[in-house]
Design a protein around this ligand. Structure first.
Ligand code: ADP
Ligand code: MG
Length: 272
């Protein structure tokens, strides 16, 4: 029985890792869908100019569609660029179009350039239980905007050699943002992705990551599963494409852990 209690207040989670191909987008999309299918109101903000999250959620994102660029550069409120995700109740998305490719450079000369996304969310994100921000594979101003807007960071880590390499640069950046721009920021969640249980390497990487991050690391581990990689070509998440697959079941487990941890944190806070 899967239960995913709604959090007492909105959780804004930035899905970040400056390495490409580690499962950021797959994680953002599938965790968001899992939570929405279990009664949470969820928004996914696609902050990667490649628009993979928009594609995976089947949200129109051709040139000319209002997108997250309008929030960052023109100061549009979130509601003005949000679309309902078809076929999944409780799920919305802010797409990324090709326009976003220029934003990294255009942002440099914009007022309050690090907090544009935070402002947009404050002007229209109040209806959600969760906001997931899918970051590009870099530590530039787009990712900084996500880190300033969020309270939690979810780091997906691919189970391969050198898995932890680069994570230090990410945690240093998170530390910088925390001390200068967003004291509430916290690495709350680490998720192991593309785990291949036939290899001893995956085992060693898992031990390494668990030693490094302790209980921030979810118990659920996402296996390498072909159904997960097929789903986007059908404009679906694996949760709807093949809910019985190992990939989907693992993402459900991960989403449930995230939800239960959120509920628990609130209880602890309430007691204190
Ligand atoms: P990122 O957003 O970090 O660049 P993606 O989520 O796009 O990474 O994943 C990179 C590629 O790996 C994609 O083609 C995706 O479909 C595939 N992939 C992600 N997770 C899995 C998995 N658990 N099993 C198999 N393929 C996966
Ligand atoms: Mg991506």
């Amino acid at each position: 029985e899967i239960t995913m209690p709604r959090p007492p207040r909105r959780r804004t989670m930035c899905v970040a890792n400056q390495k490409g191909g580690v499962g950021k987008t797959t994680t953002a999309v599938n965790i968001a869908v899992a939570l929405a299918l279990h009664g949470n109101r969820v928004l996914v903000i696609d902050l990667d100019p490649q628009g993979n999250a928009s594609t995976g959620l089947n949200v129109p994102h051709h040139s000319g569609v209002p997108d997250v660029y309008d929030c960052l550069i023109d100061g549009a409120p979130l509601d003005a660029v949000t679309q309902q995700v078809e076929g999944i109740p409780n799920l919305w998305a802010v797409p990324a179009t090709i326009d976003l490719a220029g934003a990294e450079i255009e942002l440099v000369s914009v007022v309050a350039r690090e907090s544009r996304l935070k402002r947009a969310i404050e002007a229209g994100g109040s209806n959600y239980d969760y906001i997931f921000i899918d970051c590009p594979p870099s530590l530039g101003l787009l990712t900084v905007n996500a880190l300033v807007a969020a309270e939690e960071v979810l780091i997906p880590i691919q189970c391969e050699y050198y898995a932890l390499e680069g994570v230090q640069a990410l945690t240093n950046n998170i530390e910088l943002v925390r001390s200068h721009l967003n004291p509430k920021l916290d690495i709350s969640t680490v998720l192991l992705t593309m785990y291949d249980r036939r290899t001893r390497l995956a085992d060693l990487v898992e031990q390494d990551v668990r030693n490094h991050f302790g209980d921030k690391c979810l118990n659920a581990v996402i296996p390498r599963n072909v159904r997960v990689s097929e789903a986007p070509s059908y404009s679906q998440s694996v949760m709807t494409y093949d809910p019985g697959s190992r990939g989907a079941v693992s993402y459900f487990e991960a989403a449930q852990e995230i939800a239960l941890r959120g509920a628990h944190d609130a209880q602890v806070g309430g007691v204190a």
